[in-house]
Design a protein around this ligand. Sequence first.
Ligand code: URA
Length: 232
Amino acid sequence: MRLDRFLCELNLGTRTQVKKEIKAGLVSVNGVTVLRPEEQVREAADLVCYKGQPCVYEEYVYYLLHKPAGVVSATQDKRDRTVLDLLAGEGRSDLFPVGRLDKDTEGLLLITNDGPLAHALLSPGRHVDKEYECHLAHTFDAHQRELLEQGVDIGEKKKCRPAVVRILAEKKITLTITEGRFHQVKRMLHAVGNEVVYLKRIRMDRLQLEDSLEKGAYRRLTDEEVESLRGG
Ligand code: URA
């Protein structure tokens, strides 16, 4: 990778800024000052120092975002703000959301540049738990619960896999599903005669959305959390 891009990915400034710093002699590679921004570096092997301090390159990064309503789960969009706009300050150009939440859905969204892990988490055979807090238009009853727990038909070839229901209030439940079909939770509740009026993802596998993480805010995953997602 080019030296200037490498420094940008480490969040050390814009491309223009880091080019200036390189030309000013503030960057060395393996102990030798390098003045050419286009110099190639091997991210994992070369020792790059900025103002004498070693720069550690992280190949993969993982963020837990509290997605607010109104932003789309895409890497770019012509009309709407995307979840990646919320992480623009990280200065990485290779991030993407793992799966999607609808524009009006809030809550936990994993953002990473780790393609293999994302692929594994989204693969239909993995059945990763996703728990949603659902506010409903109508009173939730025992019959609706039974249908959801048996596996409801939402008009596709196959019924949904059985879901786990926790009742929080007359019109408020959590639903844990293990698939990722289009608008799945809303369609499941619709299929049993109810309607979702507000939806928030509160858990994915062992990743939990903590109350202290405000809407629009994000945090790095801990090493333990990354390991647990990898199945460790
Ligand atoms: N199910 C839905 O209906 N919407 C989401 O955003 C996520 C799951």
